[in-house]
Design a protein around this ligand. Structure first.
Ligand code: PTJ
Length: 253
């Protein structure tokens, strides 16, 4: 670990960067995970490293959707496990929802490592492990197509932080509601998902937990109204506008 002073203006971001680098050295993350994280950092910087109004709207719709779900599943990859394992496990037990490992760069040792991180964070049951049954998801090839028969395969709602566009698209094509968290509103994932939260995963999951706690007092009808009022295309466009405002502000100053 590097010695980072808490007075550094980007202290939290630098701590996360260190955490990611350490997890890569331990073999939890693929090398590309660091590149993906860097891309996320760049967008987060533009968004002011804060949760903006479009993300708050999407978090509300996502929380209502998770509460309405019959078989919600939280899909976990390497980056998610390293950055938010404890929060994901807390959300899973609150709903309740299943937790399933799905790796883009799947190798047996990495699956074991991600499982270990989730278990250390308090997860009772983890699906998608090495040796677990799986069924291939239509429209996908390779390890990303793996779906546990009692998890993603039968899920009606899947939360997939930092997903790749193909998988998000295939899950939607299979009739599932896909909630994604992606700091890049230009990504195919952001455009193809049912609900896109353009925010940093580390801020989003605790906010979903709070919102779920608040909304669970609501009736099904009230939750359905929240979901119906939400328009993902419009909301992703609002995040894109925030980016152009950022550059306009910079030009004017
Ligand atoms: O652990 P694996 O093998 O499943 O691999 C996971 C990664 C993330 C490496 C893999 O899925 C990948 O290469 O993803 P992409 O296609 O680079 O997409 C990652 C997206 O997540 C990018 O659009 C980033 O902007 C975004 N992102 C990165 N960090 C964060 C983030 N979004 C929200 N919160 C973050 N902390």
């Amino acid at each position: 670990m590097h010695d980072i002073s808490p007075s550094h203006p980007r202290y939290r971001s630098l701590l996360l960067r260190d955490k990611m680098a350490q997890a890569y050295r331990e073999g939890i993350l693929a090398d590309s995970a660091l590149i993906a994280h860097g891309r996320g950092e760049a967008f987060d910087y533009i968004f002011g490293e804060k949760t903006n109004p479009p993300a708050i709207k999407a978090i509300r719709a996502a929380s209502a959707t998770l509460l309405l779900a019959e078989n919600p599943v939280l899909s976990v990859n390497g980056n998610t496990a390293v950055l938010a394992a404890e929060d994901m496990v807390e959300l899973a037990s609150l709903l309740p929802a299943k937790v399933e490992i799905n790796l883009f760069y799947r190798t047996p040792p990495r699956v074991v490592q991600v499982e270990r991180v989730l278990k250390n964070a308090g997860a009772n049951e983890v699906l998608g492990k090495e040796g677990d049954d799986f069924l291939p998801l239509k429209g996908l090839e390779g390890p990303r197509s793996r779906a546990h028969p009692e998890g993603v395969y039968i899920a009606d709602v899947v939360l997939v932080p930092l997903e790749d566009g193909d998988r998000a698209e295939a899950l939607v094509a299979l009739g599932k509601k896909v909630i994604t968290i992606d700091l890049n509103p230009l990504s195919r994932t952001a455009k193809k998902s049912s609900i896109t939260i353009v925010d940093n995963l580390v801020r989003t999951i605790p906010l979903i937990i709070n919102e779920v706690k608040r909304l669970r007092e609501c009736s099904r009808q009230e939750l359905e109204e929240i979901v119906m009022e939400f328009d993902n295309d419009e909301n992703v466009s609002s995040s894109l506008e925030l980016i152009s405002e950022y550059f306009k502000r910079d030009e004017d100053s």
